[in-house]
Design a protein around this ligand. Structure first.
Ligand code: UFG
Length: 334
C-alpha cells in the first residue's frame, strides 16, 4: 500500500516526500513539472537514501491517473498539485478554475473508481479571507477573496459535501499559513521561477542580485512596527504535519476535518527581513513602498487543534527559516 503524492516535485510536495520516506512510508509520486523540475526527485532520493516510483503525468489526463491507480495499490492521496499564484489567478481566473478544479475532480473520480477513500488536501489560510480577528481558528467563517482562494474553498466544500453524501470517505483539509525555508541539506527548496510574488522568494532574489528592488509593501498598518504580520512556517515542519495527517487518516474510519498548519506566532515583514539580514550576514537594502491591495494587517493561526488531534506542532523558528532558505538558494548559485 502506498501514499500517492500528487505534485510531489513541488516546494511543499518534495519536502513531504522526504518526511514520508523518512517515516518509513511507501510513496508513489506524480507531477507534470509545471512549476518544478526532475532534479528535485534526485534531491529527495539523496536525502532519504530511498527510491520510489515516479510518474510524469498531468492530472488533467484522466487516463494517466487511471494508469497510476491501476498499476499501484494506493491507500491514500495527498493532493498538492495546482496553480498557486494569487496575482496570476486574478488575471486568469479560468486558467485557475480549469486546472485546479478539473484536476481535483479527476483525482477524486479515479479514487472513487478504485475504492480509495482517504484524501488529504493542500488547502490554505486563504480560505479565511481577511480574518476579523487573530489567531485564526478552524471554525472561523470561510470566504474567497481571489480566484486562487475560490479554487481552494470550492475543493474544501466539495470534500465536505462528498463526506455528507457518503461518509465512507476520510478528508483531511490542511490549511497552510506562510510556508518558507528549505531542507537543511540545501538539496531541495522553493524554486518559484522568474516571477515570484511571495515575500521570501523576493528576498532571495534581492540577496542574489537577481532583483534590484525589495520593498516592504506598507508600513502604516496597525501593527507593532507598522508592517503586516504573518505566520511563517518552516516547510519541514509543514511536511511533518502531512506525515501526521497520513497517520490520522489511517486511524480515522472516516471523517472530514480541517486543520491549521502554522506556528501560532506572527512575525512582521520587517522582523523577517531583519532576521534574514542578521542570520545570513547580508544587507538586503530594502525600502518602504505603498500597501499591496487586499493585504490583511495580521494573519496568524491558532494551531492547537492540530496539536491536539494530529499530535503535531511546529518546532523550527524564523532564524531556521531564513538560514535554510538562503542555504538552498546559495547552493544553486555554486
Ligand atoms: N510583502 C512585502 N513585499 C513584497 C511582497 C510581500 O512586504 O514585495 C509582504 C506582504 O504585504 C505580506 C507579507 O509580505 O505582508 C507576506 O506576503 P506573501 O505574498 O509572501 O504572503 P501572503 O500572506 O500575502 O499570502 C500567503 C500565500 C497565499 C495564501 C495566503 C493566505 O502566498 O497563497 O498566504 O494564507 F493564500
Amino acid at each position: 500500500m502506498a501514499v500517492l503524492v500528487n505534485g510531489g516535485a513541488g516546494f511543499i510536495g518534495s519536502h513531504t516526500c522526504v518526511e514520508l520516506l523518512n517515516a518509513g512510508e511507501d510513496i508513489v509520486v506524480f507531477d507534470n513539472f509545471y512549476n518544478s523540475n526532475p532534479q528535485v526527485l534526485d534531491g529527495i532520493r539523496k536525502i532519504t537514501g530511498r527510491d520510489f516510483k515516479f510518474y510524469e503525468a498531468d492530472m488533467l489526463e484522466m487516463s494517466s491517473i487511471d494508469d497510476i491507480f491501476d498499476e499501484n495499490d494506493i491507500e491514500q492521496v495527498i493532493h498538492f498539485a495546482g496553480y498557486k499564484s494569487v496575482p496570476e489567478s486574478v488575471k486568469h481566473p479560468l486558467k485557475y478554475y480549469s486546472n485546479n478544479l478539473r484536476g481535483t475532480f479527476n483525482i477524486l473520480e479515479t479514487m472513487k473508481k478504485y475504492g480509495c477513500t482517504k484524501f488529504i488536501f493542500s488547502s490554505s489560510a486563504t480560505v479565511y479571507g481577511i480574518p476579523e480577528t487573530v489567531p485564526v481558528k478552524e471554525d472561523f467563517p470561510l470566504s474567497a477573496i481571489n480566484p486562487y482562494g475560490s479554487t481552494k474553498l470550492i475543493i474544501e466544500n466539495l470534500c465536505r459535501e462528498m463526506y455528507t453524501a457518503n461518509n465512507a470517505w476520510t478528508f483531511i483539509l490542511l490549511r497552510y499559513f506562510n510556508p518558507v525555508g528549505a531542507h537543511k541539506s540545501g538539496l531541495i527548496g522553493e524554486d518559484p521561477g522568474n516571477q515570484p510574488n511571495n515575500l521570501m522568494p523576493l528576498v532571495l532574489d534581492k540577496a542574489t542580485g537577481k532583483r534590484d528592488v525589495l520593498q516592504i509593501t506598507g508600513d502604516d498598518y496597525p501593527t507593532r512596527d507598522g508592517t503586516c504580520i504573518r505566520d511563517y512556517i518552516h516547510v519541514v515542519d509543514l511536511a511533518k504535519g502531512h506525515v501526521s495527517a497520513v497517520k490520522k487518516a489511517r486511524e480515522l474510519e472516516n471523517g472530514c476535518k480541517a486543520y491549521n498548519l502554522g506556528t501560532g506566532r506572527g512575525y512582521s515583514v520587517k522582523e523577517i527581513l531583519d532576521t534574514f539580514q542578521r542570520v545570513n550576514n547580508i544587507d538586503l537594502g530594502y525600502t518602504i513602498g505603498p500597501r499591496r491591495e487586499g493585504d490583511a494587517a495580521e494573519c496568524y493561526s491558532d494551531p492547537s487543534l492540530a496539536e491536539k488531534e494530529l499530535g503535531w506542532k511546529a518546532e523550527l523558528g524564523i532564524e531556521d527559516m531564513c538560514r535554510d532558505a538562503w542555504n538552498f538558494r546559495r547552493n544553486k548559485l555554486i
